[in-house]
Design a protein around this ligand. Structure first.
Ligand code: ATP
Ligand code: MG
Ligand code: MG
Ligand code: MG
Length: 480
């Protein structure tokens, strides 16, 4: 089944169960200081769960564009290396706001997967919250267990701990146990060797989580204690690309019709072959993934820039350009040429891609162009730095120079150095950065009526390769 039909089938199945189909919320969030990007389907419904406002419909279904590159959910390091984590992905979800609860959520999920989509029941595992003996003293989710037991043999029901099977929105607010559905797509021979049950939640590329059913039944109060919620809610999230992988009988999200057109285009443009060499394959996967994140972001109105969400996007784009540059030998802008294919495959489901196509292409081309120039110059300088270094550790202040003069990102420097067998003196880099911040702080005091704002955009910059994380901008005011 192709991906378009899968999306439609999901939406229509729940429509048939009384759900209203609603559009995806934007992926780039404009009005929430705590979150730059939508990272789960539930984000747009937060206020309903918190009881701040009420939904017109108590049953809703949608597919939500999500981005997981910062904060609590940061999958960037996995992307391209594994075959089932993306930066941008679609999360299919059905929702009950104080309407149905566990019984319907579980029965319908099973019905959809096994009867409508015809996934082999024997390949499915489900997990249930085992309870906790910490301060919360939570009981095992007996209700969910009993419901699953009616439809799944007990040896395929896995008990899960708080980390995997208890969902919390934050330190306070709604929370509750969840049940996840995992699919084992290994061959018969492999399945005979080791039970799939032992591979659930083990980051096995062929025993993957596809759907998370969250049952919000508690509210965590400010003092940390839990109380039962008067109205209970269901929040589910299913990875669309992973579901398509299962339904299309392939072993990687990148082998589904969501990604193959992009991959074929990358092969053509860069004259490379997917599936022959691991480094090339990772680069191709990274590029096919990142072009989606960047294009969707621009379509949402978020252009690459030097601060906040814009900087996240710039970094994602540069990361892809760098992979192309190093492993596919692309010395000219090429990513913008993928937008056509992307728009062809996703433009119907997400019309904003079609509407903004020209802008997306222009912005990406321009960004690629200027970054490639930087890359060339920076690489030459980095080689000189390496040549003048005794030992295997590169001086942090030199890396800072590269960053400061050429806008050469520190993550890139670290990556290239590690590829060449060198290390970066990160502490030295941080010190140089701090000195720079102190200098710019005193330089940029803007007066506004009887207050002056201490403008410190550097607060918003990234803090490192492993932390593609943005600190929330702190604007400090001082009475004058
Ligand atoms: P995983 O354990 O695989 O990282 P998760 O438990 O973090 O997934 P949830 O927060 O439960 O994921 O999100 C709901 C569903 O969204 C998951 O069951 C999975 O199918 C899908 N999903 C989560 N993260 C990604 C991602 N980075 N790329 C693609 N799909 C994802
Ligand atoms: Mg995860
Ligand atoms: Mg998980
Ligand atoms: Mg999960």
């Amino acid at each position: 089944m192709n991906s378009k039909d899968t999306r439609t089938q999901f939406l229509n199945f729940f429509k048939g169960k009384g759900h209203k189909i609603v559009p995806s919320a934007p992926m780039v969030i404009k009005d929430d200081p705590t979150l730059l990007f939508t990272n789960a389907g539930m984000n747009q419904f937060k206020e309903y769960f918190l009881g701040i406002s009420q939904s017109k419909n108590t049953r809703v279904v949608d597919t939500q564009k999500c981005l997981r590159v910062s904060g609590k959910h940061n999958d960037l390091e996995e992307v391209g290396k594994d075959t089932y984590h993306h930066t941008m992905f679609e999360m299919l979800g059905n929702w009950s706001f104080g309407d149905y609860f566990k019984e319907e959520a579980i029965t319908w999920a099973w019905e959809l997967l096994t009867e409508v989509l015809k996934i082999d029941k024997e390949s499915l595992y489900v997990s249930v919250f085992e309870g906790s003996d910490d301060a919360d003293k939570l009981e095992k989710d007996h209700e969910a267990y009993a419901l699953w037991k009616k439809i799944v043999p007990v040896d395929r029901i896995i008990m899960g701990n708080k980390k995997d099977n208890f969902w919390e929105m934050g330190d306070q607010g709604p929370c509750g146990p969840c049940s996840e559905i995992h699919v084992d797509i290994r061959s018969k021979e492999e399945k005979a060797k080791v039970s799939g049950a032992s591979l659930v939640n083990q980051d096995h590329p062929q025993v993957v989580e596809i759907w998370n059913l969250v049952f919000m039944q508690y509210n965590r109060k400010a003092n940390g204690s839990l109380e039962s919620l008067p109205a209970k809610h269901v929040d589910t999230g299913m990875g669309f690309e992973r579901l398509c992988m299962v339904l299309q009988g392939v072993q990687s999200n990148y082998d589904t019709d969501i990604f193959t057109p992009l991959i074929r285009e990358i092969e053509t443009i860069t004259n490379s072959d997917y599936g022959k060499n691991e480094e090339v394959d990772i680069a191709i996967r990274v590029i096919s993934d990142h072009i989606r994140a960047v294009s969707f972001s621009i379509a949402d109105g978020q252009l690459p820039s030097n601060t906040g969400a814009g900087y996240v996007i710039r970094r994602i784009l540069r990361r892809a350009v760098r992979y192309g540059f190093t492993f596919l030998n692309t010395k000219e802008p090429f990513m913008y040429r993928l937008v056509n294919v992307l728009t062809d495959s996703l433009g119907d489901a997400y019309p904003e891609l079609k509407e903004q196509k020209q802008l997306i292409e222009n912005v990406i081309k321009e960004e690629e162009f200027s970054f490639l120039k930087t890359l060339d110059q920076g690489l030459v300088l980095l080689d000189t730095i390496i040549a003048n270094t005794q030992g295997k550790t590169i001086d942090g202040s030199k890396a800072f120079e590269l960053y400061d003069t050429f806008g050469f990102p520190i993550d890139l420097t670290a990556l290239i150095l590690s590829e060449k067998g060198y290390e970066l003196d990160e502490a030295g880099f941080d010190t140089a950065m701090q000195q720079q911040k102190n200098r710019s702080k005193s330089a940029s005091v803007v007066s506004k009526q009887d207050w002056e704002i201490l403008v410190d955009d550097s607060e918003q910059e990234f803090v490192g390769y492993d932390l593609l994380d943005v600190e929330v901008k702190i604007t400090k005011y001082r009475k004058i």
